[in-house]
Design a protein around this ligand. Structure first.
Ligand SMILES: *Cc1c(COP(=O)(O)O)cnc(C)c1O
Length: 461
């Protein structure tokens, strides 16, 4: 055994110490500030200290990490209601420990057929949840942005081949910027990204999209992709997916649905009808690190026809000549941008099997209920303007009287209190505060407290 190869007693001792320290730290989340920028004594120096030639002390090193993790915005805590909270399931962290210590290679199936089957099983199950046909598949990614990149690349390859001239794709002003970024990485100029107007309820105006596509065709341009969003980042709004699917089919466009946030709600009875139309997508981007409570770095791309992903990504080299494709198992390296990849499959598989799917469903239903409470309570308070009923769990609101500056002060006042953390966005040219209930640690008592804090802040702004 070398110094790097721990013996069994050390493995057990360090593991126990790590778990104990972590459990204590997680216990403090409820009471920890929602954001903390106070300079902690001596931490800055410890963070930047170069590694010594000799061994360090595990307890001290882990302590440094936990103190560092307490700085900034407490994204794991129950008061985190900004952007997209997920929490980060402990069971997924255990899955990481197992997967990383085993360190099997899952980019090419022959290297690890059973683990690839495990990950493939989860992806196939997800395809089924969304009503994609048998034979559909996908790949896990680092998140929604990289899932979208592979989707746009597959769409480009499928609809345009190597000739990118005049290519255009269609988004709205509320489409996540990762679609335009993906287009840019795929070699398309900024002008290729065409912005479709939205209706007053913040959804894609599909008739306007049809008009824009027809006008572009008349100019000799080559429309190839329509991107609908199932839960926009700003307001959580779901585009009219069936109408968008019709339009894409009529025009021969690739239909991508960005369900990075909203996709998880397919597991709920209330969410499913709202997400109808996704079963007609060519590609679906999901972020289990949002609506499935998994740790950051967990994205999924599902595609109707994995051959399209393969055509866009597959490559090889003499150094890979010993590895043959295996019947019925995907070579994930040929479906995405990574050759060497972490095994994300267990991070999905273990929590789903350990807790059971119903636990996820119930958790998401609770979030839908809590967002409805927030909407109802704020809408009942005459001081607030709350124009859009949430489709899912994002509520946007602003003070009825006052300009953006006053609303910015309101946000500041709320966040300065340190118990909750909200963000803001702009809708129809005005600043709105934005509250998203999504963490598995956020429950009714936290939402009640958030409402109290918001009301009290409005009194003094
Ligand atoms: C978060 C989000 C993305 C980007 O996903 P990352 O995981 O942050 O890369 C894309 N689309 C939507 C709708 C999102 O909410």
């Amino acid at each position: 055994m070398t110094e790097l190869d721990l013996n069994r007693p050390d493995m057990a001792a360090l593991g126990r110490q790590a778990v104990d320290m972590l459990a204590d730290w997680l216990d403090t989340l409820e009471k920890s500030p929602a954001s903390d920028y106070s300079p902690p004594d001596g931490l800055a120096e410890r963070l930047r200290r170069p590694p010594a030639a000799g061994p360090g002390h595990f307890g001290e090193l882990a302590e440094t990490f936990l103190r560092a993790a307490g700085q900034g915005v407490n994204t794991a805590g129950p008061g985190y209601l900004a952007y997209f909270p997920a929490g980060g399931l402990y069971s997924a962290a255990l899955a990481e420990l197992l997967a990383n210590a085993a360190n099997r290679y899952t980019g090419l199936a022959q290297m690890s057929p059973a683990l690839v089957a495990m990950e493939h099983g989860v992806l196939t199950w997800l395809c089924g949840q969304f009503g994609l046909p048998p034979g559909a598949g996908g790949v896990t990614t680092s998140g929604g942005s990289t899932a979208t990149l592979s989707a746009v690349l597959a769409a480009r390859q499928s609809r345009l081949g190597d000739d990118l001239s005049g290519a255009t794709l269609y988004v709205t002003g509320h489409t996540h910027h990762c679609v335009a970024k993906a287009a840019r990485i795929c070699g398309l100029p900024a002008a290729a990204v065409r912005e479709v107007p939205m209706t007053d309820d913040l959804r894609m105006d599909v008739r306007a999209a049809a008009g824009l596509i027809a006008a572009d065709r008349a100019k000799g341009l080559r429309p190839f992709l329509l991107a609908g969003t199932a839960g926009t980042t700003g307001t959580g709004t779901i585009d009219p997916l069936p109408e968008a699917a019709d339009l894409a089919a009529r025009e021969g466009l690739w239909f991508h649905v960005d369900a990075a946030y909203g996709g998880g709600f397919q597991l709920t009875e209330r969410g499913r009808p709202l997400l109808t139309g996704m079963e007609r997508a060519d590609s679906i981007a999901l972020d289990p690190h949002k609506s499935m409570f998994l740790p950051y770095g967990t994205g999924v791309l599902l595609v109707r026809d994995p051959a399209t992903l393969h055509a866009a990504h597959a490559d090889g080299g003499d150094y890979l000549q010993d590895l043959a494709a295996m019947d019925g198992l995907p070579d994930f390296a040929n479906l995405g941008v990574e050759l060497t990849r972490e095994f994300r499959g267990l991070r999905l598989w273990l929590p789903l099997h350990l807790h059971g799917v119903d636990a996820f469903t119930r958790e998401l239903e609770e979030k839908l209920d809590l967002a409805a409470v927030v909407h109802r309570e704020l809408a009942a308070d005459p001081r607030f303007s709350v124009p859009w009923r949430p489709d899912l769990t994002v509520v946007v609101f602003r003070l009825r009287d006052g300009d953006d500056e006053r609303n910015r002060r309101l946000l500041q006042e709320i966040n300065d209190g340190g118990q909750i953390y909200l963000s803001s966005t702009n809708v129809q040219g005005r600043l709105y505060l934005r509250l998203c209930v999504l963490s598995f640690r956020t429950h009714a008592r936290h939402v009640d407290r958030a409402l109290e804090i918001i009301r009290a802040a409005a009194d003094v702004c």
